[in-house]
Design a protein around this ligand. Structure first.
Ligand code: BES
Ligand code: MN
Ligand code: ZN
Length: 499
């Protein structure tokens, strides 16, 4: 992981160094401090804008080298569009755009955190700093050689010029915790499956102890005792023993019901006996993206000392074909007592979640549960990679997630649940079967999960399209996206933290 961007805060009136980044709206207007910093170069910006047909639209940038009249080596004007319609996510993108201008070697950069309407809020300014770090993230742990012409790591010394230095510094500590959480999630998704198997994943989650998170690791024996036959059936074909990890952050009122997050942690999904075709099977190292998000989120919440009680729970298994693997036709008994006929061993994520959801519902009595899972290929067909699929038995929770998605840019789209879909997973031999046929594959998977939430307010996010292999963006250049950490941190911050 290369994370060599140093961010410091200075007043808006300070002199710029290195690359100067300023913002303008869609009328090419800039803020007062920015106008002052540009001085005579304002005329140059006008001419360059005309020459490049730059209109200040959000996401557009005007790049001027060796700007006459300025001491800085480069001037970059970033368009904000209408300042009033900017979302938190837009400020991250601005940071990402700024980071994309950094080259190898140590570079100084000054970013004027000012809109036409005045200094950005501390949250907005700090989101730029977060965007810089998210964009600069690279997973190169296993590269031993640099290719010819490939340059060294980016090192940058960024001064963020803000209205209130003290407030920005304070906000930066919290925002930095969330960025660290995203990076932890990305690292976990990017790691190869020979390195990151259930026990190793549990060990990495256990590192959250350093932040005051209470960690409980359930080994196979403990899970047998609890009767987690659905989860254990998936793992029984692997040489790597399964684990469940329960993480608790108690930052809220003593005794108040927690909020809970549950993650699918299939460290590798071969499909089992219903084996997958070889093409792109390597991508199934990312089938623990839900669990990665939960660990990243717990890090974020604990590191920023969120005033809320939270449970994070992850079911960790490896789905392998083997002489001891589970078969189509097997019937397993879940912790809930409900029996499941295995039709397809590749529909394993729902089996893992069934036991972990039930465990969390019964043992922690949460206000709500949100699970995240790279659950179905069908959700990628339905929604592509720009929205996660959302299913919920609770309209308030669904609406809050939808809003958090729009603000964070980690978007969700709600799909239906209903008894007509639910009956598609009834089985002739057991209480249910683990697949529902060709139609509505993501929905029948969600119906399956709903049978294990015991009436708890719940939302399921199918992140098969969003957790990995998404196109590169302003704030992510890596295979693992860390999807969900910022979404759920925002959900918690907006609705569930004690003020
Ligand atoms: N992990 C896969 C889903 C997946 C596919 C995630 C592509 C990311 C990218 C899941 O365990 C799976 O295999 N689902 C099956 C379900 C089917 C057997 C009912 C699927 O989607 O094909
Ligand atoms: Mn599968
Ligand atoms: Zn899977």
């Amino acid at each position: 992981m290369s994370d060599a961007i140093k961010v410091g805060f200075v007043p808006l009136s300070s002199a710029a160094r290195g690359i100067l980044i300023v913002f303008c709206d869609d009328t090419l207007k800039v803020g007062a401090a920015t106008a002052k910093a540009l001085g005579g170069a304002a005329e140059l910006v006008k001419r360059a804008a005309a020459a490049a047909s730059f209109k200040g639209k959000t996401g557009a940038a005007l790049d001027i080298l060796a700007p006459e009249g300025l001491k800085t080596e480069r001037l970059i004007v970033i368009g904000t569009g209408k300042a009033s319609s900017l979302k938190a996510n837009d400020f991250l993108k601005f940071g990402g755009m700024a980071a994309s201008k950094l080259k190898a070697g140590t570079v100084a950069m000054t970013i004027m955190a000012e809109l036409t309407t005045g200094a950005m809020t501390s949250e907005q300014a700090v989101a730029i700093a977060s965007g810089l770090r998210l964009r600069a993230y690279k997973f190169d742990r296993y590269k031993t050689k640099k290719k010819d012409g490939e340059e060294g790591a980016v090192r940058a010394d960024v001064s963020l010029a803000v209205g209130d230095v003290a407030a920005a510094k304070k906000a930066f500590a919290s925002a930095g915790a969330v960025v660290d959480g995203v990076i932890i999630a990305r690292d976990l998704v990017n790691e190869p499956p020979n390195v990151l198997f259930p026990e190793e994943f549990a060990r990495r989650a256990s590192q959250l102890r350093k932040l005051g998170v209470k960690i409980e690791v359930l080994d196979v024996k403990a899970m047998q005792k609890l009767g987690m036959g659905a989860l254990l059936g998936v793992g029984q074909g692997s040489a790597r023993p399964s684990r469940t990890v329960i993480m608790r952050w108690d930052g809220g009122k003593k005794g108040e019901a927690p909020v809970a997050f549950v993650g699918k942690g299939v460290c590798f999904d071969t499909g089992g006996i219903s084996i997958k075709p070889a093409g792109s099977m390597e991508d199934m190292k990312g089938d623990m993206g839900g669990a990665a998000c939960v660990v990243g989120l717990m890090h974020a919440l604990a590191a920023r000392k969120a005033k809320v009680n939270v449970v994070g729970a992850i079911g960790l298994v490896e789905n392998m074909p083997d002489g001891n693997a589970q078969r189509p036709g097997d019937i397993v008994t879940s912790m809930s007592g409900q029996t499941i006929e295995i039709i397809n061993t590749d529909a394993e994520g729902r089996l893992v979640l069934a036991d972990v959801l039930w465990y969390v519902a019964k043992k922690t009595k949460p206000k709500f549960m949100v699970d995240l899972a790279t659950l179905t290929g069908a959700i990628v067909v339905a929604l592509g990679v720009d929205h996660a699929g959302m299913f919920s038995n609770n309209d308030e929770l669904a609406e809050r997630l939808l809003a958090a998605g729009i603000e964070s840019g980690e978007k969700v789209w709600r799909l239906p649940l209903g008894p007509e879909y639910d009956k598609l997973i009834d089985s002739q031999f057991a209480d249910m079967k683990n697949t529902g046929g060709r139609h509505g594959g993501s929905i029948t998977a969600a119906q399956f999960l709903q049978r294990f939430v015991d009436g708890t307010p719940w939302a399921h996010l199918d992140i098969a399209g969003t957790a990995m292999g998404t196109p590169k963006t302003d704030i992510n250049q890596s295979w693992g996206s860390g999807y969900g950490v910022r979404l759920l941190d925002r959900l918690v911050a907006d609705h569930y933290e004690r003020k």
